[in-house]
Design a binder for this molecule. Structure first.
Ligand SMILES: [Zn+2]
Length: 78
């Protein structure tokens, strides 16, 4: 379990980590293109599961309210 701040709960709660494989490389939305840019930028960084960062989405899910947050880029990225 991970202790993280949940915006929905407004406090630090227990989170579990969920890793999903992306169905296709990148979508067409601006957000997806931004992610594509970032994953290229951070392409040399190994992920915790050893898979390429641009092939997986890493989420943390609040165990109190179920709020799911994409967390591919670590704690600093909101
Ligand atoms: Zn929550």
């Amino acid at each position: 379990m991970l202790k993280k701040f949940c915006k929905q709960c407004g406090k630090e709660t227990e989170h579990k980590e969920v890793i999903k494989q992306k169905p296709s490389k990148y979508g067409k939305s601006r957000k997806e293109q931004f992610k594509a840019f970032l994953s290229g930028f951070f392409g040399g960084v190994a992920s915790p599961v050893g898979a390429s960062l641009d092939l997986i989405d890493r989420y943390v899910v609040c165990t109190k309210c179920g709020n799911k947050k994409l967390e591919n880029l670590g704690d600093e990225f909101q």
